[in-house]
Design a binder for this molecule. Structure first.
Ligand SMILES: Cc1ncc(COP(=O)(O)O)c(C=O)c1O
Length: 320
């Protein structure tokens, strides 16, 4: 939370990466047969995580025509699901959304919470899982967390969780460490959350990697180390921003449509036939990932000199 720790009861459960955190949230805050809601532009694994334990992922449109957060689509999707369910788990991957780099603004968050408060008042139970996997590369650590203050003093049946991943922020991909963090105005809700979380952890993977947990507590307990880590992350953030700026500039010049990018590892390009675009790009030795709604480009792994001219190549492939 850094400077934007919400008021309320907060606790955390160590998980096997961000994936483990998402798994526990789905397992404990939705029922078998339920719909779980996420945006159409999303990390593909959410669907598999739901399906594996008998839930169904349903989606709303992340963006409206103007490229802003589509609160109307969000609001009507929430209402649709709550017509048939008494509780709902919503997954929002922001800031630095995978696959688009999009982020909800503080105003978007206020509107999301307003929609949820409305349904909570009608007797529904809503849990929001904020997947903050890439937050370390979204910008200055406090500026990108301002929205978290809005999680203060929410009604007891509007429960907030955050899925944290050490894979990204601590560059520890293989170590399988992360956390599910819960925030509530109710002490009982938080107690239940930790008990359920611990139980799920023990039955899914037992304890997580001790070395990774020790690394985190050592760094967080030492101001000088924390400062060094913050600096390293900002340097990575700047490198990715440079690449993304060049790409989006060239995309604008050649008329390639790009999903509004704020920060993060990925940029997405909408396409009618993503597989065909990716295959055409392979002829140019460009390797992008096909998604349901377009093509994902990993600016995290492409050096600046190779970004030059890339937008034009993608435009050619999309036109073809
Ligand atoms: C959006 C998103 N959430 C969560 C994760 C989970 O990462 P991990 O399990 O490696 O911590 C990823 C990894 O790619 C991701 O892209």
């Amino acid at each position: 939370f850094e400077a934007y720790r919400p008021e309320g009861y907060i606790d955390a459960v160590a998980t096997a990466g961000g994936t483990g955190a998402v798994h526990i949230a789905i397992a404990n805050y939705s029922e078998v047969g339920d719909d779980v809601l996420a945006s159409d532009w999303r990390w593909g694994i959410y669907g598999s995580l739901c399906q594996e334990i008998g839930r169904r992922l349903t989606t709303f449109a992340l963006l409206d025509e103007s490229g802003a957060f589509n609160i109307e689509s969000f609001s009507s999707a929430v209402a649709d699901v709550l017509r048939k369910q008494d509780s709902l788990l919503i997954i929002l991957n922001t800031p630095a959304n995978n696959p688009t780099g999009f982020a909800l603004s503080d105003q978007d968050w206020a509107e999301v919470l307003q929609v949820c408060r409305f349904h909570e008042k009608q007797g529904k139970r809503i849990s929001i899982l904020v997947d903050i996997a890439y937050i370390a590369y979204a910008g200055e650590k406090n500026e990108v967390r301002t929205f978290m203050k809005q999680f203060s003093n929410l009604p007891p049946h509007l429960f907030i969780m955050a899925a944290f991943s050490m894979s990204k922020g601590y560059t520890l991909y293989g170590q399988r460490a992360g956390a599910l963090v819960g925030v509530s105005s109710s002490e009982d809700v938080i107690k239940e959350f930790t008990e359920l979380g611990r139980y799920s952890a023990r039955t899914s993977w037992s304890n997580v990697n001790r070395a990774a947990m020790t690394l985190l507590t050592t760094i967080r307990g030492d101001a000088a180390l924390t400062k060094r880590l913050d600096e390293e992350r900002m340097e990575f953030f700047r490198i990715i921003q440079q690449r993304a700026s060049l790409f989006t500039e060239e995309a604008a010049q050649c008329g390639l449509r790009v999903i509004p990018y704020h920060a993060g590892f990925f940029i997405s390009i909408p396409a009618a036939n993503p597989q065909a675009v990716c295959e055409a790009l392979q002829d140019e030795l460009v390797f992008a990932a096909p998604l349901a709604l377009g093509v994902r480009l990993g600016v995290c792994s492409v050096p600046l000199p190779k970004i030059k001219g890339l937008a034009a190549k993608i435009k050619k492939a999309v036109d073809k």
